[in-house]
Design a protein around this ligand. Sequence first.
Ligand code: AMP
Ligand code: GLY
Length: 421
Amino acid sequence: MDVLILGAGGREHALAAALAPSPRLGRLFVAPGNPGTAALGTGVALDPCDPAAVTGFARREGIDLVVVGPEAPLVAGVADALEAAGVPVFGPSRAAAALEGSKGFTKDLARDFGIPTAGYGRFDSAEAAKAQLAGVPYPTVIKADGLAAGKGVVIAADRGEAERTVDFMFGGGFGAAGASVVVEDFMEGEELSFFALCDGERALPFSSAQDHKRVGEGDTGPNTGGMGAISPAPVLDAPLQARIMAEIVEPTLRGMRERGAPFRGVLFAGLMLTADGPKLIEFNVRFGDPETQAMLARLDEDLLPLLEAVARGTLPERPVRLRPEVAVSVVMAARGYPDAPLKGTEIRGLAAASALPGVTLLHAGTRGEGGRVLADGGRVLTIVGRGADVAEARARAYAGVEAVDWPEGFCRRDIGLRAPR
Ligand code: AMP
Ligand code: GLY
């Protein structure tokens, strides 16, 4: 099978590395890809968010499966265009991508299908939202409805901060994403990310992880795309997984079918483990970055048939095979990230890091220039360590970090360290 991956990050490098050894793989293309994926497949200079460009390439090359990494192409309707052209695609339609693209859509779905989540209101004007803010307990959570690059959620400590946030969002602070807002109750508990492969009808638990979103150690500083992850999520056990499938994943699939937008792809549920059980924080409609880098390190079967089964609606009814190991992914970011990452600095020691036992090095924001590798983004590398337990996985991941010679890069030293609260 010839496969095209869309995206350019560490997640896409991990997907390419997991697909590359498949005996079923023919040619592998990555659009646009990065220097890491270029070692595994052919880079293609096309805009992954341009449905006509992606579909044209897929038809010309006779691609058998398109694997969509990030959410933007899905929200832009790339999966719909591929499906219309008869090209199997791993990733949901634009209508089903509303699970990530509109927080209000997801809250209404949760209400209508009995999915446990925080109580909420949806508002289309600052005045209406502010009227609500007078009567809610604090802290309270304010969310821009649309995609806001991970910055659209504000936990407001008091009414003053909440009103300023509402004014900022309706004033265009997050562009069109803030034209509508959700105000919801603050939930307390441990967070975890749960991933299920879905083929429209069936859902198969894939794996779990815990992200570290803040840039600084001890969960301090601004939010980022994710500075590191541990898989499996330390708080997940078999009864909790069964509850998440029954109370959150299955009703979501049923709801999406009833809304005429069956969900095909990977459902990424951000969950809060509250005193009353797991509750939905939000959905993403794609693999997480850097969760995927950790999760795929534990996968003990060929990824390609699983992704193909999602695209074709033929998921098997058996558990995904995972090694009974822990994987820790540590993001190395360029100094200045997330506000103003320094670009163009040279990174050495990549081969030495990759050669360490139980270590995988994945590229994200890098570029090659005359045989050198330069930083070219915020999150630049992901180093994954695998081990029998958290301590071994961490030790390996950080041994990989030490082997990378990049004075202008940094990482959090506490990935996987925090014991569940
Ligand atoms: P998001 O950008 O949607 O991933 O949300 C960012 C973070 O905000 C989540 O990972 C949670 O830590 C936090 N969050 C979102 N909604 C709530 C809520 N209702 N209660 C408490 N924390 C929340
Ligand atoms: N690491 C969080 C995400 O991929 O959205």
